[in-house]
Design a protein around this ligand. Structure first.
Ligand code: EPU
Length: 351
């Protein structure tokens, strides 16, 4: 493992923004993770774990410590179940969508709704990636980590991970755990989940292979890719990290109050992974930015909201982190003034 110095981070992020890392290394094994953490501790610098860089905004001045880029690879079947499910172990450095493609091709279902999400497998549990009616936490059997506090490998069960909406222990205890691999429990029963509005609409128009009205996991994957392609920007053309903000979760009373003012405002009971809804409502901030703030497709210099999805920030080549921060803070202020809601960023700020 080689420790490099002053490595520009922009090309390691999908925003294509950010200054240099003081130190930088690529790790391909748990032992190398340990060596990297020891280096950071011995040199008294902070460290930061980088996966696919698809949910980050790196400051223009860069990161003053060690960036550890995790490239631990491998997919192996760990446990063959009773025909209903199987457990596969996947290295944290595998690309998320390669895994989804692989599972669908091999007849495992469950992950197809999470198709075409950029980033690595190791980053998926951190923010409990979710889309089209599902979240990765539902399919995780264990997360294998290196605990940098205890300096040892630990196996974390889902209940230790505290998965929530774009949330987990790995966010609460930021920097403590380096995810090295993830064990997924996948089904083989061919059942799909197509309740999410966009999917329902899609399958009401498109006929299905089986001809009996049943939809296959690979069709769900195709549908999700199609929907995302139409709604979300092309990552090769724009700098972006997808949704920049989290959708707000508000009380039922607050929702009713906003609904009186904006009758068309959509809202969904927020169900935690444990399956209980405590009466709170999740509302699409994209809708508010679009319909209340009239901020869809609005640009300022090199930064803007995407023309088809106001929750997504896009940047042009040459844009700076400062421009993104100024622009997004402006949006947060508009939302606060119009609705009283304090918006939280979904994207992680690295500085
Ligand atoms: N909407 C608008 N205008 C907009 C954007 C959205 O009116 O500019 C409305 C839509 O018409 C729809 C509702 O808002 O009624 C929700 O929109 P959408 O289905 O696109 O989902 P979202 O809530 O904006 C979330 C995730 C996405 C994920 C989609 C699909 C968050 C922060 N974002 O977006 O995740 O792909 O659902 O499940 O929860 C990401 O995290 O980077 C990401 C793209």
């Amino acid at each position: 493992m080689k420790i490099q110095e002053n490595i520009p981070l922009a090309s390691y992020t999908t925003f294509k923004i950010g200054g240099p890392a003081r130190f930088f290394c690529i790790v391909t094994s748990v032992d190398e993770v340990k060596s990297a953490v020891i280096f950071a501790k011995e040199n008294s610098v902070p460290f930061f774990v980088l996966g696919g860089g698809s949910n980050l905004l790196v400051s223009d001045t860069g990161f003053p410590g060690l960036v550890i880029k995790v490239e631990i690879k491998g997919i192996e079947i760990k446990e063959v179940g009773n025909n209903e499910n199987e457990i596969i172990r996947v290295g944290a450095g595998e690309m998320w969508d390669d895994l989804v493609e692989y599972t669908v091709k091999n007849g495992w279902n469950g992950l197809e709704n999470l198709s075409a999400i950029p980033g690595t497998v190791g980053a998926a549990p951190v923010q409990n990636i979710g889309a089209y009616g599902t979240e990765v936490g539902y399919f995780i059997s264990v997360v294998n980590v290196f605990d940098t506090k205890e300096m040892k490998e630990v196996t974390m069960l889902p209940r230790d991970c505290h998965f929530g909406y774009r949330n987990s222990t790995f966010k609460h205890e930021k920097g403590r755990y380096v995810i090295t691999s993830v064990d997924f429990k996948l089904n083989k029963d061919g059942k799909v989940s197509i309740e999410y509005r966009d999917l329902k609409e899609y399958f009401s128009k498109v006929s299905t292979d089986r001809g009996n009205g049943e939809v296959t996991p690979s069709q769900v994957r195709e549908a999700v890719i199609d929907i995302r392609w139409n709604k979300l920007p092309d990552w090769n053309k724009w700098g972006t990290a997808g949704s920049f903000f989290k959708n707000p979760v508000i009380s039922k009373e607050k929702f009713d109050e906003l609904k009186t003012k904006y009758p068309a405002l959509p809202g969904f009971p927020e169900i935690s992974i444990g399956g209980k809804s405590d009466g709170q409502m999740k509302i699409p901030l994209g809708w508010i930015l679009d319909n209340v703030c009239k901020a869809k497709g609005v640009t300022s210099g090199g930064v803007g909201t995407y023309k088809n999805q106001a929750l997504v920030i896009v940047t042009k080549s040459g844009a700076t982190a400062k421009e993104v921060v100024d622009f997004t803070q402006g949006l947060m202020k508009q939302v606060k003034e119009a609705t009283g809601i304090t918006v939280e960023a979904e994207v992680e700020w690295v500085n």
